[in-house]
Design a protein around this ligand. Structure first.
Ligand code: FE2
Length: 252
């Protein structure tokens, strides 16, 4: 690609990075085995008004692991997810086009095991402004192009949607405008979000290919297409997480 010839002092900025065969097969297998024994809970139990709309179905989530700080757990956990977290840090250079530099643009990050059964997905949103970006690593041993579950990514031009519209593109009432980014979700009323995203109405998709890592830049709108009935009992199994911006660092 000609753009790769840019000098190193002007790093190429991409809205997302896709890396296939990210982990050695035996590590992927260990994480897949970990999924068999971990406890998962429906996301709508803990986060009824999060980015999950009522029609998104009930995706399942395991414990969130923090790399430097404790969420439900803290690295090292003694589970196979440790190896994934270590690989993300060790290979951070490959993530830079979407994320910036480790310990300069981001430092801490989270990792959550997630399961999307047939009929579940995740509505359009963008991640919190405190995130330099996010990642998804596909753990399931196989996928089929008709099984759905694609990561849908908005057009880079949509990264200029004002931060005040919040993660769900749903501006707060005028009288609350001074409170910062809107806290309103779009799960009950998404007309503003729909109008905003339909204005360009184009983007990219990434199929949930086994052993694939996707890193998306903070601020890029995204959603997860519903896993199809064609997937049957095959679950879309992934580890997802957020790269937290270092204090005072804004790379948007
Ligand atoms: Fe997200």
């Amino acid at each position: 690609m000609a753009s790769d010839a840019q000098p190193p002092d002007r790093p190429l900025v991409r809205p997302f990075v896709v890396i296939d065969d990210f982990l050695p097969p035996e590590l992927q297998q260990h994480i897949w085995l970990y999924f068999q024994v971990e406890n998962f809970a429906r996301v709508d139990v803990s986060s009824p008004t999060g980015q999950w709309s009522w029609h998104d179905g009930a995706a399942l989530r395991g414990p969130t692991i923090g790399y430097k700080t404790k969420w439900h757990a803290k690295y090292p956990t003694g589970t196979a997810v440790d190896a994934l977290m270590e690989t993300l840090v060790r290979q951070e250079e490959r993530l830079r086009p979407a994320l910036g530099r480790y310990e300069i643009d981001w430092d801490d990050f989270s990792a959550s095991p997630s399961l999307y059964p047939s009929g579940t997905g995740l509505s359009w949103h963008r991640d919190a402004e405190t995130n330099a970006g996010s990642f998804v690593y596909y753990v399931h041993p196989q996928w089929n192009v008709e099984w759905g579950g694609e990561l849908m990514l908005g057009d880079p031009s949509q990264m200029s949607i004002p931060a005040s519209h919040g993660p769900f593109f749903n501006p707060a009432p005028v009288e609350s405008e001074d409170d910062g980014a809107s806290w309103l979700n779009s799960h009950m009323e998404n007309q503003r979000a729909s109008d905003t995203l339909l204005a360009s109405g184009v983007g990219s998709f990434v199929m949930p290919k086994s052993n694939r890592l996707v890193v998306i830049r903070g601020g890029l709108p995204h959603k997860i297409a519903k896993v199809s009935v064609a997937a049957g009992s095959h679950l879309r199994a992934s580890v997802t997480g957020f790269f937290k911006r270092t204090a005072s660092k804004l790379i948007r």
